[in-house]
Design a binder for this molecule. Structure first.
Ligand code: NI
Length: 175
């Protein structure tokens, strides 16, 4: 199986809300497998369905938590609650390949949703994993981390993008 290519900022599917999943079938299971495959090729810590061109509310993660322990899983139809406490740190995105930028995030986050069979699940994280949960949930609302940056910073980050072989062709070079 060839892993799907990862879409780049400017691709319309990344900038619109994803649809909630209503069918818990083989196609959904295959989507989760595709997301893991694409994330692993790109050596990412998380990937949302719109990033491989599918407008459904699903993401996967394989991300170290604050203690360094590896957290691996997927969430369908997530909602998120975050702490008032904040953390600093650098953030990047496989759909904004290359650059990283400082972005303040909530220090902890809890995601509630279901798994590929429709069974309820809850995932909580702190530190870098909390950042990942916030980042991936936002992808499903059509929001990329660079959308939080001041306009001039965002422009600079987008100019610095350098697609990898695992990226899909760029739809439009942001100006
Ligand atoms: Ni991302």
């Amino acid at each position: 199986m060839t892993a799907p290519k990862i879409r780049i900022y400017g691709d319309p599917v990344l900038h619109q809300p994803a649809r909630p999943v209503t069918e818990f079938d083989d196609a959904l299971a295959a989507l989760v497998d595709d997301l893991f495959a694409a994330m692993r090729v790109a050596e990412g810590v998380g990937l949302a369905a719109p990033q491989i061109g599918v407008d459904l509310a699903v993401f996967v993660y394989d991300c170290p938590d604050e203690t360094g322990e590896r957290q691996v899983g997927h969430v369908v139809n997530p909602t998120i609650e975050v702490s008032a406490e904040r953390q600093g740190g650098d953030e990047g995105c496989l759909s904004v390949p290359g650059p990283y930028h400082e972005l303040e995030r909530a220090a902890s986050a809890t995601v509630t949703g279901v798994d590929r069979t429709g069974a309820p699940l809850t995932v909580s994280g702190t530190g870098f994993f909390a950042r990942c949960l916030q980042h991936e949930t936002e992808h499903l609302h059509g929001v990329l981390y660079v959308d939080h940056l001041p306009r001039n910073r965002r422009r600079r980050v987008l100019r610095d993008m350098e697609p990898y072989e695992w990226n899909a062709p760029m739809v439009s070079r942001p100006s």
